[in-house]
Design a protein around this ligand. Structure first.
Ligand SMILES: [Cu+2]
Length: 154
């Protein structure tokens, strides 16, 4: 009798396990060390930084950002030319290979937060959602550090 119950259990579990492994992709994304700088008011855009790790075994493609803090959040890339002049532009889609970590950091990739809906106050947090090409999403709570912070360790 015990055996019968156990067998029925396994049959019930099987579809669930298949569904879980079929998800893969962005379900395996881990966002770590997220942080942002406090802003002066709302007239200038804010920026947020983080590490995005693909812990899965297939590539994932980051397609965009969403947050109630900013009307136009966008992934930007800062580049510095040979004269030392920095400029930034939309980075487009970011493909993260299996096992790879993409760093969003000052001077490189960043989450540009345009059209702030409220000032970014030190000590507060805001939710930032990363959207992926497979329809998956990952939301991280981003702590707002001081206006001169250079990273989460400061
Ligand atoms: Cu930017």
């Amino acid at each position: 009798m015990k055996y019968t119950i156990h067998a029925a259990c396994s049959v019930l579990m099987l579809p669930f396990m298949l569904a879980t492994s079929a998800m893969g992709g962005s379900a395996d994304v881990v966002v770590e060390n997220a942080w942002a700088r406090a802003s002066i008011g709302t007239s200038r855009p804010g920026a947020a930084y983080m590490e995005v790790h693909n812990a899965g075994d297939e590539p994932v493609t980051l397609t965009g950002l969403r947050t109630d803090l900013a009307m136009l959040p966008e992934v930007h890339r800062t580049a510095t030319d040979e004269q030392g002049v920095s400029s930034m532009s939309p980075a487009g889609q970011i493909v993260i290979a299996p096992g790879e970590t993409v760093a969003f950091e000052p001077g490189g990739l960043h989450a540009m937060l345009m059209q702030l809906q409220r000032p970014m106050e030190e000590g507060e947090t805001f939710p930032l959602t990363l959207t992926f090409s497979d329809g998956g999403e990952t939301t991280v709570e981003v702590p707002i550090l001081g206006i001169a912070a250079r990273g989460p360790e400061d």
